[in-house]
Design a protein around this ligand. Structure first.
Ligand code: DON
Length: 301
């Protein structure tokens, strides 16, 4: 039975929790219970499976980069986005500034902080945060998503590094508008409160080519293809290559402990596991996906 397999997958990941730590560089995230673990799977045929802590709310963090990229592609267009942000894995930590000072002054990709702050600056003059919140609710099929004010304030009080990135981007001409507004927009997007179920909903939308379960198209096919490709190559930061080899499912992690995965044409997977590895990816989540990928032959190759 599929439910039994999911239960087994969760238990396969659980022993690894102790090898990781919750993020503390955003103080509010340090309050998470590192033993929480949950997985939700929403399938294209309408069936849904959940196990563990799948209704707990946590902040979406970097998984919002997927939503922002999708909206930027729709609203600003492919050329505008990728003239200013690259498509290559950086091989560096998600909050790195190193490559911004090299000969290529553009952020390497939209899944790292520099790229996402640039993307936020492109969207912010065209789409309000309130509209983004509504879009996030639609994409995730979750009306319960709100701005987690505590996380937002906590991140804004420790935002120096991202602020440095944002001003460096302004100096390079990547950000042309109001830097502080772009930064605020970026942090608000990271502070959306989701559940493993909401991430499964988002995953299903992407797995289903941008069409929601009611049959309504929310995103263009081209947008969805680009987003999934960037998730595959860059979604797990400097762990993206190994993850692609071992798991082979386009995924995106967040330091809140969330993990979004897209099994193309089949299902969306959402995981909550706030104990992170050194690269900022859910440590148990990685193992759960590795197990499911091999048991269900979900690797794209
Ligand atoms: O900007 C930051 O550092 C966080 N708001 C998001 C980072 C993140 O989620 C990286 N993920 N693994």
């Amino acid at each position: 039975m599929f439910q039994d397999l999911i239960n087994e997958a969760l238990e396969t990941g659980r022993p690894y929790i102790k090898e990781g730590e919750v993020a503390t560089y955003i103080p509010e995230l340090g309050r998470a219970d590192k033993n929480k673990l949950g997985i939700s799977i929403f399938c294209r045929d309408g069936s849904r499976f959940s196990c563990g802590d799948t209704k707990d709310r946590f902040s979406i963090q970097s998984i919002s980069k997927v939503i922002s990229l999708a909206v930027a592609l729709e609203v600003c267009g492919f050329d505008m986005v990728f003239e200013n942000v690259g498509m290559e894995p950086s091989g560096d930590a998600f909050n790195s500034l190193i490559k911004l000072e090299g000969s290529n002054s553009h952020p390497y990709n939209p899944m790292i902080n520099s790229g996402a702050i640039a993307v936020a600056s492109f969207i912010e003059p065209k789409v309000s945060f309130e509209e983004m919140l509504e879009l996030a609710r639609c994409f995730c099929q979750d009306d319960g998503i709100v701005l987690d004010e505590k996380v937002y304030r906590s991140e804004m009080s420790t935002v120096a590094r991202n602020r440095a990135i944002a001003y460096l981007l302004e100096s390079k001409g990547v950000i042309n508008g109001n830097v502080e507004e772009a930064l605020d927009f970026y942090v608000k997007m990271c502070s959306l409160s989701v559940t493993a179920e909401s991430l499964a909903g988002l995953g299903l939308l992407l797995a289903n080519d941008g069409v929601d379960p009611s049959g309504k198209r929310l995103l263009n096919s081209d947008t969805v293809r680009v987003v999934k490709t960037i998730m595959l190559t860059c979604g797990m930061y400097d762990g993206s290559g190994e993850f692609a080899v071992r798991v082979g499912i386009p995924s995106k992690s967040g330091v809140g402990g969330g993990l979004l995965s897209v099994v193309d044409g089949k299902m969306g997977i959402g995981i909550y596991g706030p104990s992170l590895d050194a690269k900022g990816n859910s440590i148990a989540g990685r193992k759960i996906l590795q197990f499911l990928s091999s048991q269900m032959k979900l690797h794209i190759f």
